[in-house]
Design a protein around this ligand. Structure first.
Ligand SMILES: *Cc1c(COP(=O)(O)O)cnc(C)c1O
Length: 368
């Protein structure tokens, strides 16, 4: 045995080029009470029905769950009108995004996402051995022409978050249709509709109809945002039968836990809770936006449950100064420098108390 040439396992080429995903902070540096407004979590918590369903599974934790998530897919089908055979459930939509990448991408392939798009995409793309290609945006919004101009023979997947996180902007569905029409049939178009329920715009669609009528579009959804189940890790996708079949072949056999399924079934059937969550956002998204604008801050118009707030490029008033000041007062916001937005912070719409207090704290910061 040689002692000089010690061998050790080496990750596949490209793995160490992946920048690890950095989640939003969950601790503040000060403040009597902590307001976590950094991860777009629900200010209403989860539905009581979902909590009760979760508790009801506690007596059978030794049993494997149904590996096909059949009851959950039925419930999603009931509520959305989608054929349950064309749904896959996963441990968060993050798992679904990886499943898509691992099914359709190989070394040498390319996948496109937009400049300020969700940072899970480049991770999933690189993990599959493929090359991420970044399409520039306009006004912090995905640009269909820029995406189409980057399509080559090697392009296999396009990831589009609509609405997008962290910008809160969206593409009207005519633009999504134009994007789809411009893509060769072999390219998978992923519509990540994590925030679809919050959008109140007549020209927005999540993509149900486009998926139903095409062979290369897949829509992903999550229970982490409007349903308030981020801690359980639950998401799903709706796609063409052939894509669902291919992805099911590499899916972990028991990828969704029984407790997550039980809570998810109750959550998606609790329409009152969802309506209340939408109404809360409808009240507080414009209020927070308006109050911050009155402080002289630029806020990117958002259709989600969060806003991107741009701070002045002035000593002591920059985003990083605001982040430190707010953290010291118990408010956790999301720094987005890793998204290429060092001048901004992302703020989740919280409870009434959180919204009023964080706006007051930002006002104090701007005045100090
Ligand atoms: C929060 C979010 C998701 C959801 O991720 P989960 O893994 O389902 O918790 C997906 N896409 C975007 C753009 C998000 O912001």
């Amino acid at each position: 045995m040689s002692t000089t040439a010690k061998s050790r396992p080496t990750p596949r080429a490209g793995i160490l080029d992946i920048a690890p995903y950095v989640p939003g902070k969950s601790k503040a540096s000060g403040g009597d009470k902590v307001y976590k407004l950094s991860s777009n979590e629900s200010p209403l918590g989860a539905s009581e029905a979902a909590k009760a369903a979760l508790a009801s599974v506690a007596g059978s934790l030794e049993l494997y769950p149904d590996g096909s998530s059949a009851a959950l897919r039925e419930a999603i089908g009931d509520v959305t009108g989608i054929n349950p055979d064309r749904i896959i459930c996963g441990a968060g939509s993050d798992e679904i995004l990886s499943l898509i990448a691992n099914t359709y991408l190989a070394p040498g392939d390319e996948a496109i996402y937009s400049e300020f798009g969700f940072l899970v995409y480049p991770i999933a793309i690189r993990a599959a051995g493929a090359r991420p290609v970044v399409a520039p945006e306009r006004n912090l919004t995905a640009d269909v022409d820029a995406i189409l101009s980057l399509v080559t023979e090697r392009t296999k997947v396009v990831f589009l978050a609509n609405p997008n996180n962290p910008t809160g902007t969206y593409l009207p569905f005519d633009e999504v249709r134009r994007l789809h029409a411009g893509l060769p049939g072999h390219v998978v178009l992923v519509l990540d509709a994590a925030y679809a329920e919050y959008v109140r715009r007549n020209d927005y669609e999540s993509g149900l109809e486009l998926v139903a009528n095409s062979s290369n579009v897949i829509m992903t959804r999550t229970f982490s945002k409007i349903h308030g189940l981020a801690n359980l890790r639950l998401g799903w996708c709706f796609g063409p039968a052939e894509m669902i079949d291919a992805m099911n072949r590499i899916r972990g056999p028991f990828n969704v836990s029984g407790p997550a399924m039980a809570a998810g079934i109750a959550a998606i059937r609790d329409r009152d809770f969802v309506e209340r969550a939408i109404a809360h956002n409808d009240t507080w998204l414009p209020w927070v936006t308006g109050e911050l604008e009155q402080l002289g801050l630029k806020v990117t118009p958002s259709v989600g449950n969060f806003v991107l707030v741009h701070f002045p490029d002035v000593d002591g008033k920059r985003a990083k100064d605001a982040d430190a000041y707010l953290s010291g007062r118990g408010f956790i916001l999301r720094a987005v420098a890793n998204y290429g937005l060092p001048g901004a912070l992302r703020l989740t719409i919280g409870t009434e108390e959180a919204n009023r207090k964080v706006v007051a704290a930002i006002a104090d910061f701007m005045r100090q």
